[in-house]
Design a protein around this ligand. Structure first.
Ligand code: ZN
Length: 972
């Protein structure tokens, strides 16, 4: 293929080797106006994404509702939800769609060629030929509609996106960031909520909705990204022949304009809801926000990311330090958002008061001035550059396909007509930024974007009691007025609409239409489970699990210390110890220098406590303190030296620093409770009947949050005891006779590892080991956990081993069926919750849960009725194999080198053998519908145990108070 040559309507515009990601990049322009970037390499985790520019003109959420709706049936695939059918039976490694402030992205990924083509096909058909034109009910279901079941009922508003956004607006941080963006770009695309403001969504009409699709979902407004192995010609041919051929180029005005720069800064106050009985003290967010250049300037984007680390993230960060030391608030963080044409940078103080905003602004500016005058510590700059460079080269994105991460990066400039290939070539920018080691590069950025930038605002987000109630009340009144205004005939009409929508939702797709969705066959899947490399070795009497895996020259080391040497009453100090180590000073290093040293020489060192449950028995478990680190192999001596320093020489004598770390830790827990209420509720649920569950709840769940909150509140008083305990447990845990090691790298590097490791061992304490056997008293409380959120997280479950049953791989198949069939329909489509899941653990612990759920009792009822539904389960063979393939695809999801080492080590600790893994796989593969019906019986017995826990809106929970044994206020 040569430049300017046309292949299947695609003209090659640019072709270039991108050394940074070891790929060949080709940029094409299609006759239909579409642009396509092809990234060719040997990665079998192939990625396809089509992205449209979708600038919103209001906050009714059109881009977001459209994102959901196009996946609800299309020309070639006229079923209710092709997306769900793909979730059930594809080999996808990623399948989703995302709405950004100005674009909508539809990405899929798979390691299987046939599957990849299927996924592309379904997605392209969905975006270009969706059924929304023929079926207005899709908007009702995914967007919003009035629901009225009976004449006497109140009218309510339902809809998947409507509820999703209610949930999104339940977390204070989300409210903060959404307000920051909107306030910096008034009268602009970014001044609207592309996801939809729940107050505005019900103003959306079907005509507006359709018009938006007509305007923007055209190839001329699209950018297509294709990544991985496979033939370029084949991809072009497929996309052209099946889809683009029938379109011709047209003019579409979707350019994102630059916002008019401000000539003076602004100030603004916004509010977020807290519970009626919560204290307003120390609940305000102070934020200073700056619009900083354009995102297609790659060097600037990279540099601003580093500046965030330098000023706000590193323990050595001078601005963070100054803000914390002033006690303006208890948690301080920065944020740099470059998913917009004009990125913005925020400096945020949490747990403050609105009266302190002037103090905040003055301190911020005087500190920045000082930093400019004295210059940034060069070691800190070196640390920032090194750690970001390390991550760029490592390219370990966990379970995210690499290609998808590159796609996101590319879009940050491509969406604004920038060159997508250049967006991947980071070496040039990195080289330029490295000049900062000898020049005032970053100081100049501070000067330009913070000191002399009028396009900024000071946004204060304050708590307001009863804000949620007021809103709910207003909505109720509106609905009452609406109903009063309706004639009897109108009321009947609304009831019949509600009925017909429900009927449509619960009518199954015809088998002929279902069969149109392409799927794999059982022959496409491997029978054998993958063997993760692991060799058990011994070094000076210590067991070392060595994983011989290609890691691009990086060594991943994990030290697991058994923590059952700690008596039961002290286990809540484990997470605190983990949090402090590496964040407070050691004998040799001040904590700032320690962090610089770590990031200059290694890819990071971290300490965390974790718990591993015995294979299939939740009454036995292995809690560990894990010290982990990674570096290139020639830096292993330094890595071990720093780990040794942290393990043996951490000092617990800096009261203010310890206070800061504990405050931050408590604040971050709060954020995760608001974001992931389902984990809090399920963890609490397991604590009612499982020993391991109880341990986990105490060390990670709501109990732990209560513990650290109390510690933070009474810090001065409790400090002496805290220090005493921290010293005591440090000495008990870090003991040679208590250690298991795991290392992931190529075998060639093993001697480099063992040399450094032996030196390390010499410094490690050796003492006799006394372990404790924890026994907790368990009791079922069926709690309601009260928060100001607009939604609920409902969970119900039990342990089937207590009922005499054993784990089988078929349970994993069952949980997929439950999630994508019954629960998807009852809880998401009909109930309006954003998500629902069924989790069956090897240990016997099971829970059914909902995520961002507008309902409560209805969801518990739905759980109870599920067994009945599956008693009749009798699917066609093809349907059954679909579920089996979907389950296998989860077992086979691609793992990065470090993940392989981690999983192998955790199986070793939990005594899960390769035979167990193979047996599980065989059981999945051989699952019959009869087994599914049997599991339904087991589920029924578990539901009859009536163990549940709900976290969510306090008024809603109080209305149903007879359901609960106890009500617990989550936040104080
Ligand atoms: Zn959504």
């Amino acid at each position: 293929m040569n430049i300017s040559k046309k292949t299947y309507g695609f003209t090659l515009v640019e072709k270039k080797k991108v050394a940074e990601i070891n790929s060949m990049a080709r940029l094409f322009r299609h006759d239909s106006g579409a642009e396509l970037l092809h990234i060719e390499n040997d990665d079998d985790n192939k990625v396809f994404a089509i992205t449209f520019r979708t600038p919103p003109e209001n906050s009714k959420g059109i881009p977001h509702i459209l994102e959901h709706s196009v996946l609800c049936g299309s020309r070639k695939y006229p079923i209710k939800e092709p997306f769900v059918e793909l979730l059930k039976g594809s080999f996808k490694t990623f399948l989703n769609a995302m709405t950004f402030a100005d674009k909508t992205m539809y990405p899929v990924a798979s390691t299987n060629e046939k599957d990849f083509i299927n996924l592309m096909d379904v997605y392209l058909d969905a975006v270009f030929h969706p059924n929304i034109y023929k079926q207005p009910e899709i908007l009702m279901q995914e967007g919003w509609h009035h629901e009225l079941n009976k004449k006497e009922d109140e009218i309510s508003i339902k809809g998947v996106v409507y509820n999703e956004m209610q949930g999104a607006f339940s977390s204070p941080e989300q409210i903060l960031f959404r307000n920051i963006q909107r306030s910096l770009f008034p009268d602009h695309v970014y001044g609207f909520e592309s996801g939809g403001d729940p107050d505005e969504i019900p103003n959306l009409s079907y005509e507006e909705f359709i018009d938006f699709h007509k305007r923007y979902y055209h190839p001329s407004n699209s950018r297509i990204f294709v990544y991985g192995d496979g033939s370029v010609e084949d991809r072009l041919k497929f996309i052209h022949k099946e889809y683009l051929e029938e379109f011709s180029e047209c003019e579409i005005d979707s350019d994102i304009p630059l916002v008019k720069p401000w000539d003076k800064p602004d100030e603004i106050e916004k509010y977020y809801p807290i519970s009626a009985n919560e204290d307003e003290k120390e609940k305000t967010y102070l934020s200073m926000n700056f619009v900083t250049g354009e995102s297609n300037n790659l060097e600037l984007s990279m540099a601003m990311g580093m500046l965030d680390y330098i000023l706000m993230e590193s323990p050595a960060a001078p601005l963070k330090k100054a803000l914390l030391e002033s006690r303006l608030g208890k948690d301080v963080f920065g944020s740099y958002n470059n998913h917009l044409r004009q990125p913005f940078f925020s400096i945020i103080v949490k747990n403050s008061e609105s009266e302190r905003k002037i103090e905040f602004s003055e301190l911020l500016y005087s500190t920045l001035e000082k930093i400019m005058k004295n210059g940034i510590d060069k070691k800190l700059i070196e640390a920032a550059i090194n750690i970001i460079e390390f991550h760029l080269r490592e390219a370990d994105f966990g379970s995210y396909p690499k290609g998808l991460v590159y796609c996101m990066e590319v879009m940050n400039s491509w969406n604004y007509n920038g060159n997508p290939i250049q967006a991947l070539e980071y070496e040039t920018s990195l080289k330029k930024i490295k000049s900062a080691l000898t020049t005032n590069y970053f100081e100049k950025l501070i000067d330009k974007y913070f000191m002399n930038n009028a396009h900024r605002n000071l946004l204060v987000l304050s708590p307001e009691k009863n804000l949620a109630e007021k809103k709910a009340e207003m909505l109720r009144n509106k609905m009452t007025t609406l109903k009063h205004g309706l004639s009897e005939k109108d009321v009947e009409k609304m009831i019949s609409y509600t009925e017909s929508l429900k009927r449509k939702q619960s009518t199954p797709d015809s088998p002929e239409d279902l069969a149109k969705i392409p799927s794999l066959s059982m022959d496409d899947i491997k029978r054998e489970a993958e063997i993760l490399p692991m060799e058990e070795k011994t070094e000076s009497g210590i067991t070392v699990l060595s994983h011989d895996i290609f890691t691009s020259g990086i060594s991943y080391v994990k030290l697991y210390f058994d923590t059952t040497v700690i008596p039961k009453e002290k286990i809540q100090y484990l997470p605190i110890l983990a949090r402090l180590m590496g964040e407070v000073s050691t004998e040799k290093y001040h904590y700032s220098d320690l962090s610089n040293e770590i990031n200059i020489h290694t890819g990071g060192i971290g300490v965390a406590d974790s718990n591993y449950i015995e294979n299939d028995d939740d009454s036995t478990y292995y809690p560990k303190m894990i010290v982990k680190g990674k570096s290139v192999s020639k830096k292993l001596p330094k890595l071990f030296e720093l780990m040794e320093e942290i393990i043996n020489h951490t000092k617990f004598d800096d009261k203010n620093r310890i206070r800061e770390v504990i405050q931050e830790s408590k604040s971050r827990r709060e954020m995760s409770i608001s974001e992931a209420g389902h984990s809090v509720a399920s963890s609490r649920l397991f604590s009612y009947f499982s020993q391991a569950g109880k341990y986990n709840e105490i060390t990670t769940g709501l109990s732990y949050y209560k513990f650290i909150s109390d510690l933070e509140r009474n810090f001065d008083e409790r400090y002496p005891v805290l220090v005493k305990i921290l010293k005591e447990i440090t000495a008990q845990i870090f003991n040679k006779n208590n250690l298991l090691v795991s290392v992931t790298q190529l075998e060639d590097d093993y001697s480099a590892f063992s040399d450094s490791f032996s030196t390390f061992l010499e410094g490690l304490r050796s003492a006799s080991k006394v372990t404790h056997d924890y026994q907790f008293e368990l009791s079922t409380k069926n709690e309601g956990l009260l928060t100001p959120a607009n939604v609920q997280y409902v969970s119900k479950g039990f342990n089937f081993k207590l009922l005499g049953h054993k784990y089988t791989g078929s349970m994993a198949v069952f949980s997929g069926i439950a999630r994508l069939d019954y629960m998807w329909n009852r809880i998401r489509v009909q109930g309006g919750a954003y998500g629902a899941f069924a989790v069956f653990g090897r240990s016997g612990n099971v829970f059914l849960g909902t995520y961002r759920d507008p309902n409560l009792r209805e969801s518990l009822d739905a759980f109870d009725q599920m067994a009945d539904y599956y008693r009749q389960f009798d699917p066609e063979e093809k349907e059954m194999s679909k579920y089996i393939i979907g389950t296998i695809s989860q077992l086979d999801s691609p793992l990065t080198p470090s993940m392989k080492g981690n999983i192998a080590a955790s199986r070793y600790i939990s005594h899960i053998s390769q035979e167990d893994i193979q047996k599980n796989r065989d059981e999945v593969l051989n699952t019959s519908s009869g087994q599914i019906r049997d599991i339904a019986e087991i589920l029924d017995a578990m539901m009859h145990k009536d163990r549940y826990c709900v976290l969510g809106n306090e008024n809603r929970i109080k209305e149903e108070s007879e359901l609960f044994g106890e009500l617990v206020k989550v936040f104080e």
